[in-house]
Design a protein around this ligand. Structure first.
Ligand SMILES: Cc1cc2nc3c(=O)[nH]c(=O)nc-3n(C[C@H](O)[C@H](O)[C@H](O)COP(=O)(O)OP(=O)(O)OC[C@H]3O[C@@H](n4cnc5c(N)ncnc54)[C@H](O)[C@@H]3O)c2cc1C
Length: 407
């Protein structure tokens, strides 16, 4: 949506708090910078915890990486288990309930479905490896309790969807993986925030004075003061964090995905093959992605990348051959130098927090990250604590972006 529309109407699009045409300043518990999946999930959870909240977004909802197409919610492999994998596992277990709750509260669909995933096995080594993973899934995924399975199937299985020539040693079928419509999900979260809090589009963050609580902004919107501020402005947060702390802890990485006509394929499982996802969605589209470019000059869609995605996907998924390409999209993922997201209070700050760096798994974990951060803001112990590798201590200091990768 054109953010200028919101510039005119921002007063009527805000929700629960006391903003009116004659009252152009707001004093809040929490201001969140960025209306992507992290910022909106934190706003949603903070509102539920009874906080007064505003999200400020420089452009419009979904202008960043969260406005994409793929929506793959894929578990880490059940091997070499660690607290990060356990956190993601718990997140994926809880996401369906959360998505249904958001749907019933807003009346908007999220496109969530537990679609499962297949992974072709292309060598004997891979077959052995995944047979071991299938065994470990018995311990890690607790199938008797959760109902989710990770099973190796023989060559030729699911030949109506995955080309058997691409899976000469069989395939894995796992039932924990799911998908969501990124755009529908964040539209639903944004709707909740508008109804119960405040969402200002076209309002850019420029600074925060921890002493007075004043938020410096650019654009048309109210004067804001807040008790606490959360930076959730995607890859651009790395510049903000560098301004605040003097340290470079991550960077943006460009990715591209496409949507093809997928009518009749809505019920198929997602496929993950050679680093590429094919994800059928319930609106009769199939999302394919994604590419990864660390060094890029141009953030827009590259038609050569679109062709590459089509040719790679149709090679292992012949049902896609000849189908229309509906759209292509490129975005910039936030990636911390240490790969894991960074969630929590900034070093040497007392009121400024960050939630940044979900990289390729943000949609599956944002709701649980939000729960943990909001518990921390409320001085409570989270039910599912954040792994140590998500904490600011892990990211600052020795884990900085190497000097030759800083801008
Ligand atoms: C091609 C591609 C495919 C992907 N596929 C998947 C997938 O299948 N599953 C998955 O889980 N993840 C996927 N991801 C990753 C996921 O999209 C991102 O990790 C996630 O969207 C990041 O969310 P965010 O809220 O941190 O940032 P963003 O969505 O980037 O949101 C940040 C927001 O902050 C705003 N902003 C920036 N600066 C300011 C400022 N100064 N003031 C106010 N607002 C500001 C921006 O306009 C933006 O709207 C994919 C990413 C790409 C690029």
């Amino acid at each position: 949506m054109d953010p200028s529309a919101y510039r005119i109407f921002f007063i009527v699009t805000t929700g629960g708090s006391s903003l009116t045409t004659s009252s152009l300043s707001l004093s809040l518990d929490l201001v969140i910078v960025g209306a992507g999946v992290f910022g909106l999930s934190i706003a949603y959870r903070a509102l539920k915890a009874g906080m007064t909240v505003a999200v400020i977004e420089e452009q419009c909802v979904g202008a960043g990486a969260s406005g994409g197409l793929l929506g793959a919610l894929m578990p880490h492999m059940p091997a070499r288990w660690n607290p990060k994998k356990e956190f993601q596992f718990q997140s994926l277990l809880q996401l369906e309930t959360h998505a249904r709750e958001v749907e019933s509260e807003t009346g908007l669909a999220t496109g969530y479905r537990r679609c499962g995933r297949i992974l072709p096995l292309t060598s004997d080594d891979k077959l052995q490896h995944h047979t071991e993973r299938a065994e470990e899934s018995q311990i890690r995924w607790k199938p008797e309790e959760t109902g989710f399975s990770y099973v190796v199937e023989q060559a030729g299985s699911r030949a109506d969807w995955l080309d058997p020539a691409s899976a000469p040693f069989g395939l894995v079928h796992e039932t924990l993986a799911a998908r969501i419509s990124p755009r529908a999900y964040i539209a639903a979260l944004a709707s909740y925030v508008r109804m119960n809090g405040n969402l200002f589009e076209g309002l850019g963050f420029r600074g925060y004075d921890e002493r007075t609580g004043k938020v410096r902004t650019e654009g048309i919107g109210p004067t804001l003061t807040c008790e606490r501020l959360v930076l959730a402005n995607g890859y651009q947060a790395y510049d903000t964090l560098q301004d605040f702390t003097g340290q470079a802890i991550g960077r943006g990485e460009k990715g591209q995905a496409i949507l093809m006509d997928g009518r009749g394929l809505e019920d198929r499982p997602a496929i993950y093959c050679e680093g590429l996802y094919v994800v059928p969605h319930e609106d009769g589209t199939v999302a394919i992605g994604s590419t990864s470019d660390r060094d890029f000059q141009d953030a827009s869609v590259d038609p050569r990348r679109t062709e590459e995605l089509v040719s790679r996907a149709t090679a292992f998924c012949p049902s896609l051959k000849g189908r229309e390409i509906l759209t292509a999209w490129a975005g910039i993922r936030p990636r911390c130098n240490k790969r894991d997201p960074m969630i929590g209070l900034l070093p040497e700050h007392s009121r400024t927090f960050a939630a940044v760096g979900g990289f390729k798994i943000s949609f599956g974990i944002a709701h649980l990250v939000a729960r943990a951060l909001v518990s921390e803001l409320a001085g409570q112990t989270p039910e599912v604590p954040l792994p140590e590798t998500f904490r600011p201590d892990h990211h600052f200091g020795t884990n900085l972006l190497p000097a030759d990768q800083r801008e």
